[in-house]
Design a protein around this ligand. Structure first.
Ligand code: SF4
Length: 466
C-alpha cells in the first residue's frame, strides 16, 4: 500500500475536503470524461446539458459545506488547488444568471442550477455516504453518459467501480512499488528495525521512487508555505463567518492578546496551549470562510498539523526546514495507515476519523522532530488517536464551524501532550496503534448515522441556530 504525502496533504479550498473539494474534483473528472474516448456514444451524438444529484451526507449538509457551489465551479473547469477564492462568487453567479456551463476547451452546456443540481436526501447511493451522480444528455434530452462518484474523505474521489476495486483489494490511491510498503504500524516498525531507518527516511525512500529529492523537498516546502500562509491570513481575518450561524472569527482577537502578553513579559502558565489554539483556530476560521487550506488529512481537521508545526518552530530551539519535512513525511505515514485500515472521513466514522487522525499524525510528526524512535512515534500517534475514539461529527447547521474550529485547537493540544508523554517513555506501551485504528473503524461502523456528518444529531440538533 502506498499513499503519497501529496495525497494526504493537498492544497485546496474550504470549508470541507469531502464536501467541497471532493464534489469539485468529481465535476472535474466528469468534464474530463466527456471529452475522452472512454465511453461509447452514438454516432454524431453530443452532450448538450448536464444534471447532477448529490446524495446522503452531501445532500444533508451540502449547502452549508458549499458542495453545490463546488460542483458548479468544478463543471466550469476550476480545480481545488488553482481556483482563486476571490473569484468564486463571480463564476457561480455567472452560471446561475446564464444557465450555461462554459469550461475552457468544451462546448457550452445547459445547466440551470435550480433544476439541474439536486440535493437528494431520500436516496442514498449504496457505496458511500457521500455519493454524487453526474449525467450528460443530448439536445433531445436522451441520456448519453452517467457516472457515480464517491467523495471518500480528504478530497479523494473515486467512481463506484474504483470503490469496489479499492475495497476488494484494500488498494489505496496507488499500487506503486515502493521499497517500504508498510500498510500497518506493525509492519512500519518491523521495516524500521530491519532497515535502521527512521519513519521519515522510509517514507522519503518511498516518495523518491516517483520524483527526485529536490522535487520532493520543493513539494514539501510548498505544502508548509500554504499551511503557514493560511495561519497568517487567519490571524488577520475579522467579522462573521459565512453560512448564517453568525459565528464570529476569534483568532485575531486572541492573537492580539497573546502578543500583548508577550510584549509585556506577563507570565502565562498556558502559553504553549494558547499559541497552539490560536494557530489552529486561524486555519479553521479561514477554512470556514472558504479560503485556501491544506487537507491535513481533511479540511475540517486542517488546523491541527499546521498549528503543531508553528508550535515546533516557536518553542523548539533547533527547529528548521529539514525538521518540517521530516514532520510532514512522518505524519503522512501515519495518516496513510489510518486511511488504509479505517477512514479519515467524518461521514464514515465521525470526527474521530478527522480530528482524531489529524491529532495522531501531528503527535507522530512532533515526536519525530523531538528525536523520537519509531516506537516512540507510534506510541505518540496511538495516545492521540485513543483519546479521540468515539468522537462524533455533528456540525451545527452543517457548517464546519461549531464544534470544528475549537475542536482543532484541542486536537493540537492533545497532539503535543501525546508526543511529550511518548518521548518520556521508551516506546513500549499497552495499546498498539493498529488496535486503536481498528477500534476506531469498528466504532465508526457502530456509530448511528445521525453522528456522521448529517447534522441530524448531537450539537447540530441541540443548539438553536439564530
Ligand atoms: S465535527 Fe469534525 S468531522 Fe465533523 S465537520 Fe467538524 S471537523 Fe469535520
Amino acid at each position: 500500500m502506498f499513499l503519497s504525502v501529496f495525497d494526504v496533504f493537498k492544497i485546496g479550498i474550504g470549508p470541507s475536503s469531502s464536501h467541497t473539494m471532493g464534489p469539485m474534483s468529481a465535476a472535474n473528472r466528469f468534464l474530463d470524461l466527456i471529452l475522452s474516448p472512454d465511453w461509447p456514444r452514438p454516432k454524431g451524438a453530443a452532450i448538450a446539458s448536464i444534471r447532477v444529484s448529490l446524495h446522503g451526507s452531501l445532500a444533508f449538509t451540502g449547502v452549508g459545506h458549499g458542495s453545490d457551489r463546488a460542483v458548479i465551479l468544478g463543471l466550469m473547469g476550476e480545480r481545488p488547488d488553482k481556483v482563486d477564492p476571490d473569484r468564486m462568487d463571480e463564476i457561480v453567479g455567472l452560471v446561475r444568471a446564464t444557465g450555461r456551463i462554459t469550461p475552457a476547451g468544451h462546448p457550452s452546456y445547459a445547466f440551470q442550477p435550480k433544476e439541474d443540481l439536486v440535493l437528494d436526501k431520500k436516496t442514498p447511493l449504496p457505496g458511500h455516504a457521500n455519493g454524487m451522480m453526474f449525467s450528460g444528455y443530448d439536445r433531445d434530452g436522451r441520456l448519453l453518459l452517467k457516472r457515480i462518484y464517491y467523495s471518500v474523505g480528504g478530497g479523494f474521489v473515486v467512481t463506484d467501480t474504483e470503490l469496489e476495486t479499492m475495497r476488494a483489494s484494500k488498494a489505496q490511491a496507488s499500487e506503486r512499488k515502493v521499497p517500504f510498503p508498510f500498510s500497518s504500524a506493525k509492519q512500519m516498525l518491523e521495516m524500521a528495525a530491519r532497515s535502521g531507518l527512521s519513519i521519515a527516511q522510509m517514507k522519503r525512500a518511498n516518495e523518491e521512487t516517483a520524483m527526485s529529492r529536490e522535487e520532493l523537498d520543493a513539494g514539501l516546502d510548498q505544502i508548509w508555505a500554504a499551511m503557514t500562509n493560511c495561519i497568517d491570513r487567519g490571524l488577520k481575518g475579522e467579522g462573521i463567518m459565512p453560512g448564517g450561524l453568525k459565528v464570529k472569527r476569534r483568532a485575531r482577537m486572541i492573537h492580539d492578546k497573546l502578543q500583548e502578553e508577550w510584549r509585556s513579559n506577563k507570565t502565562n502558565p498556558l502559553l504553549a496551549n494558547d499559541w497552539l489554539s490560536v494557530y489552529a483556530m486561524a486555519v479553521n476560521e479561514e477554512n470556514a470562510s472558504g479560503g485556501r487550506v491544506v487537507t491535513s488529512p481533511t479540511n475540517g481537521a486542517a488546523g491541527v498539523v499546521p498549528a503543531t508545526i508553528r508550535y515546533y518552530l516557536h518553542f523548539h530551539e533547533d527547529a528548521d526546514a529539514a525538521g518540517i519535512r521530516d514532520y510532514l513525511l512522518t505524519a503522512a505515514a501515519i495518516g496513510g495507515i489510518i486511511k488504509h485500515n479505517a477512514s479519515i472521513s467524518g461521514a464514515e466514522v465521525g470526527c474521530q476519523g478527522e480530528v482524531g487522525s489529524a491529532s495522531a499524525m501531528a503527535a507522530a510528526g512532533l515526536a519525530a522532530v523531538m528525536g523520537g524512535t519509531p516506537e516512540q512515534i507510534e506510541n505518540a500517534a496511538e495516545i492521540a488517536l485513543e483519546h479521540h475514539l468515539g468522537m462524533t461529527c455533528d456540525p451545527v447547521g452543517g457548517l464546519v464551524q461549531v464544534p470544528c474550529i475549537e475542536r482543532n485547537a484541542l486536537g493540537a493540544v492533545k497532539a503535543v501532550t501525546a508526543a511529550s508523554l511518548a518521548i518520556k517513555g521508551d516506546g513500549t506501551h499497552f495499546v498498539p496503534l493498529d488496535a486503536c485504528i481498528e477500534t476506531m473503524r469498528q466504532t465508526g461502523v457502530d456509530m448511528n448515522e445521525r453522528y456522521k456528518e448529517t447534522s441530524t444529531g448531537g450539537l447540530a440538533v441541540n443548539v438553536v441556530e439564530c
